[in-house]
Design a protein around this ligand. Sequence first.
Ligand SMILES: Cc1cc2nc3c(=O)[nH]c(=O)nc-3n(C[C@H](O)[C@H](O)[C@H](O)COP(=O)(O)O)c2cc1C
Length: 145
Amino acid sequence: MKVVIVYESTHHGNTKKLVDAIAAKNEVDLVDATKVDSVNYESYDIIGFASGAAFGKLYKKVTSLALSIPSGKKVFFIYSCGNNNKDYSKSLRTALEEKGCISLGSYGCSGYDTYGPLKLVGGINKGHPDESEISGAVDFYESLL
Ligand SMILES: Cc1cc2nc3c(=O)[nH]c(=O)nc-3n(C[C@H](O)[C@H](O)[C@H](O)COP(=O)(O)O)c2cc1C
């Protein structure tokens, strides 16, 4: 099983903590979405997309790279967010399922957030993702294999 995770973690590196923990324990390629214009998905059996949440969705660059995936691939989603009260991967998952991809699942947790007025109060979710959220991401990933 060859796995790649395409990630975008530009706010505080919160999501990167999740994918780095996965890559530290598992054979997985990581691609920083902000550093590439395309991803060659063909050689991978499973493809993960990981990012923070912005305006109710996963980030734009990771989403645009995800939408160029070939039909039929197995995919999964990982995100961190300010308010962990909904599935921020839902719209991308639906779009990829409509392209014929198979979703293996999503993992989301809270992440330090200083966006907009939150900056004035020092942000929310300081210290997140914490150890248990990070190990939750690793457990989620390992449950997919
Ligand atoms: C421009 C912007 C918009 C955001 N919008 C949302 C949002 O709609 N919902 C939410 O829960 N968090 C939102 N957040 C918070 C981030 O999703 C959260 O801090 C996340 O952990 C950042 O991940 P990263 O450090 O990997 O980029 C937003 C943050 C930014 C910078």
